[in-house]
Design a protein around this ligand. Structure first.
Ligand SMILES: [Fe+2]
Length: 161
């Protein structure tokens, strides 16, 4: 038995491959999202430092928790998750944050862009997994609801009163 065959899940063939890819691509984005949000948490400056600093850690927690759930769903299907730093750096399509201090409003705009990218790609995967694995789709839907709530809360900070 090869290691791949030791862990078997409910799916086989093309459905397992497509679902595994949807989970892997989501994992890469969530790891990048929590690293990027943590980097912003450390480097934000400005009048609204404290609000943004604390809100960023809430996003870090969401991204980390769901990264774990997504990776373990993949493992449960017999597809080994790859959350290595090199994989994330090479494959994530999230906007990049330059090194150094960042003004609070710039950080909020950056996070809104990151969430828009992630949500857009996640919704495509929700459509794909409708055909291949509805259990995985359910996890991705719950993640999308959480990220879309977060997207609203970050956008609300940019609205002029
Ligand atoms: Fe902190």
């Amino acid at each position: 038995m090869t290691p791949k065959e030791r862990i078997t899940g409910a799916l086989n063939g093309a459905d397992r491959d497509a679902t595994g890819k949807a989970l892997q691509d989501t994992l890469v984005e969530l790891v990048d999202l929590h690293l990027s949000a943590k980097q912003a948490h450390w480097n934000v400056v400005g009048r609204f430092f404290r609000d943004v600093h604390l809100q960023l850690d809430e996003l870090v927690t969401t991204a980390r928790d769901y990264a774990d759930s997504v990776a373990e769903r993949s493992a449960a299907l017999g597809v080994p998750p790859d959350g290595r730093s090199g994989t994330v750096a090479g494959e994530s399509n999230l906007p990049k944050l330059d090194a150094g201090w960042h003004a609070d409003r710039d950080v909020v705009e950056y996070i809104v862009r990151c969430l828009e990218t992630t949500i857009h790609r996640l919704r495509a995967r929700i459509d794909e997994t409708d055909k291949t694995d509805q259990v995985t789709q359910d996890l991705l839907i719950a993640l999308a609801a959480k990220l879309e709530e977060s997207h609203w809360m970050w956008q609300a900070q940019l609205a002029d009163s």
